[in-house]
Design a protein around this ligand. Sequence first.
Ligand SMILES: Cc1ncc(COP(=O)(O)O)c(C=O)c1O
Length: 418
Amino acid sequence: MTEHHADTKLVHGARAPTKSHGFVNPKLVRGSTVLYQNCAQRREIGKKRLEQEQIYGLYGTETHFALEDMVASIEGGTHCQIVSSGLAAITVPLLAYLKSGDHVLVPDSIYGPTRRFCDTTLRRFGVTTTYYDPLLNEADLAQHIQPNTKVVFVESPGSHTFEVQDVPMIARVAHRHGAKVFMDNTWGIHIFQPFRHGVDVSIQALTKYVGGHSDLVLGSITVNTEDDWEWLRTGALDLGQYASPDDCWLALRGARTLGVRLAHQERSALTIAQWLATRPEISRVLHPALPSCPGHAEWQRDFTGASGLFGIVFQPDVTYEAVAAMVDALALFGIGASWGGYESLALPTSFTVTRSEGTGRFGGEMLRLQIGLEHPDDLIADLTQGLTVLRSQTRTACASPPCLADEMTDLYRADQLK
Ligand SMILES: Cc1ncc(COP(=O)(O)O)c(C=O)c1O
């Protein structure tokens, strides 16, 4: 049978009406103790901790398994483990695979709490971390690999700065040296197929697009070999990892509409990113689908779409105070740290970008935008009034109206009305 598109998998995957009394959706199963028919059955079932068997609450219920099947199918993996948060989805495999004396390579553009975990907990357990330029070439990567390098971590595009990494090249080099490739694929959801590009362990914060409604916190770890599954599953169970079935059920419900949400958010975000690129207050738009984003060529080669999260860099003379005034003035954008929900968010980020390799090469205040399901015209109108506030706080050429970009706004509207 031909493989279905992700949109179809999201609708038809992980459903077994015969198991749910004919209802469309899988059951919400809560529980800790499972009663066995007799001791012989108990002995048999105890050997099945790697399988989707309801042995004990910690090992998962039908509800967990349904979500695991869904995530594995859209990412193209064979097994998935649901954990309590996106951050746990990062820390659990690192703890499961690494031991004292090992070395891990992490991109300098990494999500902040991953860096903190490497610099504190992993260091305390005798694991060393080297941060690498996310855009480095093959020869430079090979130089960073040490005999004890066990994991090369990638996050593409990078948190806040959106560098798209050359994952196939990184996987080639890592595998040549016997290291595993872990990827934070939260931005990529299903539009980046990690296993086709050489990733061994794919991580997602389901909190973001899969949940999609800003009302749950969950993570997934997906692999595609039995060997990796044994490492991962054993590590997750040993660490007592568990997620509430209620949250799994909600995430599964969110997944059903992920296709349409993502299509809308992709379209709107691109429209808004292109419009922002015309504004004189902005020096650069960090949207992987635009040539101004580092790694745009890799995005074109490896991704089948874009999500709704991107960054902008202001002109060097725009101050943090001006950006904060703009963000405070926005009516439709909340100020929030997460993303992937149905609502738009704006977050000043330059002060949160931590670099050890000097790869923060953007030279201006930064703002991260999460584009939700609102109409893009309304979001553009809101950003337009926000930029007016920003200009009023900035003594530069772009502060003197009328700006070219105001005319562009009118042009954009005229175009929409056709
Ligand atoms: C790229 C990335 N990975 C992982 C996480 C962690 O997810 P959670 O908030 O579910 O722990 C986040 C959260 O913002 C994130 O942005």
